[in-house]
Design a protein around this ligand. Structure first.
Ligand code: ADP
Ligand code: MG
Length: 562
């Protein structure tokens, strides 16, 4: 037997990292800008605690494309690196200076969140560059400037250099033949907007022209001016305390998030947790119009204000993917694949917490202003009903605020509703029979008949109601749902009295062949009793059970494809 140490060298690891670290090549820009932000945040922290004497000045990060020379440059005025520091932080693969900094300044670095922690992000630049150069100068007086370059092989050059005179770092990527898309301004601007839109340090990409107007009427003067194009909002609403925000701030943030949407959200939920995990965010309930295409995946996931993904499928419960807004957590791993995210314990806890918060918020809105809640109900019920069906914990909480509307327009929670109909709608077997209609107009005659008997009828419409009724029937009480037109009203709520048919036996015999020729037996029942003596002498009904089976098999797995 022998034991030993597996020999890992940069020679064999490096190409693997370059190829497989990220499935998405565009991620390199997020990594490099994140490093520039980290360098800036570190400098601010050191300055605040007196460990750096540097004049902070303007700390804007610059991103520049030089199409002619085929380079993309990311420049910051952050902490910088001496040649020794480059040797330590860059030449040592998988040694994270970010992690080291966080450990060292754990108690003092509050507010200046550091993004990196794997020590691999920088190398993602080799996915798109044939050569990478670093020009850097440390914030400490008397340090030598540094120059580093590497062509993607494990050999590098590191030397003292005065090419960068000021504090900070330039990362210069010589974009390779396969990646020339990253020399297009439009592409880079889009990427910056996607990943860096809410980073905490200003990021400039070129300039833009703005028009300023002075005075009005005839004196109105328009002047055009070019100003730096800052692509990000450094203090997004979700990173602030809820107490510091007004209703208007949330709306403004909604517009920042979805500049193309004109619809305003119904209400928001501000998530703000630091224990037992870190979670910030703002979720919005969209206004859902009937027949509107429900849009999924409008929620954006961030880690320390860096965009991670907007596809939360499998990460938060399905029904929450219909909400809008932002979730930000330091505990969400940034540098890993989707499947890993889905299995991650922290992510699961966060997801459970969000579900709970959403339920709590709805519950508090319900308690605070019931009339207002009722007025919004039809816009939010689809998401809530979907949640009730897909998450048992949410179902339990939602039972306290989910509303059911009668055909007379009044709203009640399910418990309230059962209380309301208990006296009149209990049948001879002790079942509470909930009568419902799917179409107020179409089933008008049946509704009326039920009302004439002193019964109430619920309006149950939408693709989810069959499933929802099934679930509600499974509670402690003996509850049965029956659609008003599924049988004669006296059979639906069978009391002890004898039932009388308006038709004689002779009439029934005559009608039989006519009806049987048209409808398929077993699925339909012929009720030989008219709704109203002025109408036809019989009506054809579909028993509740048969109809619901059909509906559920139609929407069954289809719930997911809503
Ligand atoms: P991570 O950010 O996860 O630590 P990276 O591979 O992205 O790993 O970066 C490695 C280290 O290199 C950083 O932790 C930091 O110490 C240093 N570094 C990278 N970019 C810069 C920069 N622009 N300014 C100063 N230091 C930097
Ligand atoms: Mg990094």
């Amino acid at each position: 037997m022998s034991t030993g140490k597996i020999n890992v060298t940069a020679d064999n690891i490096f190409p693997i990292i370059k190829k497989f670290l990220y499935s998405d090549h565009e991620i390199f820009l997020r990594e490099l800008v994140s490093n520039a932000v980290d360098a800036t945040q570190k400098l601010k922290t050191l300055s605040r605690i007196g460990e750096s004497k540097a004049e902070l000045g303007d700390l804007t990060i610059q991103v520049k494309v030089d199409k002619e020379n085929k380079t993309l440059t990311i420049s910051d005025k952050g902490i910088g690196m001496s040649p020794e520091e480059i040797d330590k932080y860059i030449n040592q693969l998988a040694f994270s200076g970010a992690e080291e900094f966080v450990q060292k300044y754990e108690d003092k670095a509050d507010g200046a969140a550091i993004i990196g922690h794997f020590g691999l992000g920088f190398y993602s630049s080799f996915m798109v560059a044939s050569k990478v150069e670093i020009f850097s100068r440390s914030h400490r007086d008397g340090e030598k400037g540094a120059y580093w370059s590497c062509d993607g092989s494990p050999e590098f050059t590191l030397e003292e250099s005065d090419q960068r005179q000021e504090r900070g770092t330039d990362i210069v990527l010589h974009i390779n033949e396969d990646s020339t898309e990253f020399l297009e301004e439009g592409r880079i601007r889009d990427l910056l907007k996607k990943y860096c839109r809410f980073l905490p340090v200003a990021i400039q990409f070129g300039e833009k022209e703005i028009t300023e107007t002075e005075g009005d009427g005839e004196d109105k003067k328009e002047t055009k001016r070019t100003v730096p194009d800052i692509i990000n909002v450094t203090e997004p609403a979700w990173a602030k305390a809820p107490a510091d925000l007004e209703a208007e701030d949330y709306k403004e943030f909604y517009r920042q998030l979805y500049p193309m949407t004109f619809e305003e959200p119904l209400f928001h939920i501000h998530l703000n947790v630091d224990y037992p995990f870190d979670l910030n965010g703002i979720l919005f309930f969209p206004r859902i119009k009937p027949n509107m295409d429900l849009q999924r995946n409008k929620i954006q996931l961030y880690q320390n204000q860096v965009f991670v993904t907007d596809n939360l499928e499998g990460i938060v419960p399905d029904f929450l993917t219909f909400l809008h807004g932002v979730i930000d957590s330091k505990d969400i791993p940034l540098n890993v694949s989707r499947s890993y995210l889905q299995a991650d314990g922290a992510v699961k806890k966060i997801s459970g917490h969000i579900t709970k918060k959403v339920a709590d918020k709805l519950s508090s809105l319900f308690k605070k202003d019931r009339a207002d809640f009722e007025s919004k109900w039809n816009d939010i019920k689809m998401i809530i009903e979907y949640g009730m069906l897909s998450d048992d914990k949410f179902f339990e909480k939602a039972q306290k605020f989910a509303l059911y509307q009668s055909v007379d327009e009044s709203y009640a929670t399910f418990e309230e509703y059962l209380e309301k109909i208990k006296a009149s709608q209990t049948d001879k077997d002790g079942n509470l029979v909930v009568l419902y209609a799917a179409h107020k107009e179409g089933q008008h005659a049946y509704i009326k008949k039920a009302q004439n008997k002193g019964y109430d009828v619920l309006l149950m419409e939408g693709p989810l109601v069959s499933h929802l009724m099934q679930k509600l029937e499974g509670g402690d009480q003996k509850v049965k749902f029956a659609r008003v037109d599924s049988d004669s009203i006296d059979k639906l709520i069978a009391k002890d009295e004898e039932q009388v048919s308006l038709l004689s036996e002779e009439q029934k015999e005559k009608l039989k062949p006519i009806i049987e020729g048209e409808v398929d037996k077993g699925t339909y029942t012929v009720v030989l009793e008219s709704l109203d003596s002025s109408e036809v002498p019989f009506n054809i009904t579909v028993p509740e059970f048969m109809r619901r089976m059909k509906e559920m098999s139609a929407t069954g797995g289809g719930m997911m494809g809503m």
